[in-house]
Design a protein around this ligand. Structure first.
Ligand SMILES: C[S@@+](CC[C@H](N)C(=O)[O-])C[C@H]1O[C@@H](n2cnc3c(N)ncnc32)[C@H](O)[C@@H]1O
Length: 456
């Protein structure tokens, strides 16, 4: 690992705008792959930890820029490789990318989303270029590619169980929580939608070059790359993609070694700074210290990826946390199931926009669930109307819905305990396998949450 990290740093140091605080370094972290730790000294609020120029980030702009080096017909003002720069020859005329990227037009590239363009480009530069060139040409990005996780490191992600033909974990799909199942379906539909767009382009490349590689193998590469992008991208304004929120992303070497903490506004924070002139209009990506002062050697430098539950973390990033205050349970399905036996109550809730989105988190049942349960139990439309308008507090109802909420909590606890027992009984169960560990962690998180509310 050290050699690859050293190569990455040497490559980044080719830019005078790269900065790495000498008090930090990359280390292996148990159950989290690699991470960044403090070596010695202190990191205080606003101190720069890492700063990476746009020349070393992969995003919609930088990919257009690099493709335009090989295809001089690509014309996107302020982003493309200029004639002045052409004097520095960075490739030879027989570079296969001249032929490969010639299939693009400006319009065809601009139509792609960031995920589609980045996936295609990374497939080409990382997976296909070695084959197109008989291992004689290295991509500019090779030091970055070399530190990315292997597909095995991403094996906990349910959408990989679902979509990879090689996954050994398909059995686990029926053990997903309903929240994870829905999340996995959403991602699967994004993955297939993008593949439909990308596949004809890749097939064209396969026809152009005679290589020992087929579309099914590239599909597996695509899944790998899709989740590398998904789990490592950072938010960044992309001028060319103003109206497409999902495309506002950038991949930033070294910064993407930072692991997640559940705490918001405590540890480091990212900021894009536009102080340097740069080729592609994207800014300098800077990580600075937050309110918390780092002073313990080997302590991890962390930041918060967002207020995410374990279900979310597993599906998007392939990990879970043993303790996560952002866990919650969607109980809409359960509540709707029995409330719908009363059509008057159901109609009232629908008319007043209180039908569904019932959840439980550390504070208990959410307001919507309390309203729905209160009406179902008391049929007191007048008082529930006042509750909805905020004229009275929910205290009046809490005692009245106590039995039903307790029943719901007990039933859920029983259901999750059974799920965990049956997971452990599976033939393929291995305690140390992250797929099992993570799935069980979600259920354990639910059990902890429900127990905590029950005991309140
Ligand atoms: C942006 S990368 C962070 C660097 C990564 N650990 C690596 O080895 O390159 C995000 C990935 O790191 C891992 N990760 C991040 N935070 C974690 C945490 N708190 N616990 C376990 N794994 C974590 C997950 O695999 C996630 O997909």
């Amino acid at each position: 690992m050290h050699e690859e990290i050293d190569e990455l740093v040497s490559w980044l140091q080719q830019s005078k705008d790269f900065y790495l605080n000498e008090k930090v370094a990359v280390r292996n972290i148990e159950k989290a792959g690699k991470g960044i730790v403090l070596l010695d000294g202190k990191i205080r609020r606003n101190e720069i930890v890492i700063s990476v120029p746009s020349t070393h980030q992969i995003n919609f702009n930088s990919v257009l820029y690099h493709i335009s080096m090989f295809n001089r017909n690509i014309d996107v003002p302020s982003v493309i490789y200029s004639d002045d720069e052409q004097n520095e020859t960075l490739y030879t005329d027989d570079d296969p990318r001249v032929k490969a990227y010639d299939i693009f037009t400006t319009e065809s590239l601009l139509e792609l989303s960031s995920f589609q363009l980045l996936s295609l480009y990374i497939i080409a530069e990382w997976k296909l270029l070695p084959k197109w060139s008989n291992d004689t040409i290295d991509s500019y990005w090779t030091p970055f590619f070399n530190v990315w996780p292997k597909i095995n490191d991403l094996k906990s992600i349910p959408a990989i169980w679902q979509n990879s033909n090689l996954s050994k974990y398909k059995t686990l799909l029926s053990y997903l929580t309903s929240d994870s199942e829905n999340h996995c379906k959403r991602l699967t539909s994004l993955i297939s939608h993008d593949w439909i767009i990308m596949k004809p382009i890749i097939e064209q490349w396969l026809r152009l070059f005679d290589i020992q590689y087929n579309i099914d193998e590239i599909y597996e590469d695509y899944l790998h790359i899709y989740f590398i992008i998904n789990s490592r991208c950072l938010y960044a304004e992309i001028q060319l993609k103003k109206d497409d929120v999902a495309s506002k992303l950038t991949l930033v070497p070294y910064v993407d070694f930072i692991n997640h903490s559940t705490e918001i506004d405590s540890f480091c924070y990212p900021k894009i700074e536009y102080t340097h002139a740069n080729i592609t209009g994207a800014g300098q990506f800077v990580i600075r210290g937050g309110p918390y002062t780092y002073e313990t050697p080997n302590e991890q430098i962390l930041f918060n990826y967002g207020p995410h539950s374990n279900d979310f973390l597993l599906n998007e990033y392939g990990f879970t946390l043993p303790e996560n205050n952002w866990n919650y349970l969607d109980v809409s399905f359960i509540l709707k199931d029995f409330i719908s036996t009363d059509t008057d109550v159901t109609d009232y809730l629908k008319t007043n926009d209180y039908w569904g989105e019932y959840t439980i988190n550390l504070d208990g049942f959410n307001y919507r669930a309390i309203v729905a349960l209160s009406l179902f139990i008391t049929k007191d439309y007048k008082r529930v109307g006042k509750l909805i308008l905020g004229y009275i507090s929910e205290d009046y109802f809490l005692n009245k819905i106590k039995d039903i909420t307790l029943d719901i909590l007990n039933n859920l606890l029983m259901e999750f305990q059974q799920k965990m027992d049956s997971l452990i009984m599976l033939d393929i169960y291995v305690e140390t396998d992250p797929c099992f560990y993570n799935l069980l962690n979600i259920y354990k998180g639910y059990v902890d949450l429900l127990t905590c509310i029950k005991n309140k």
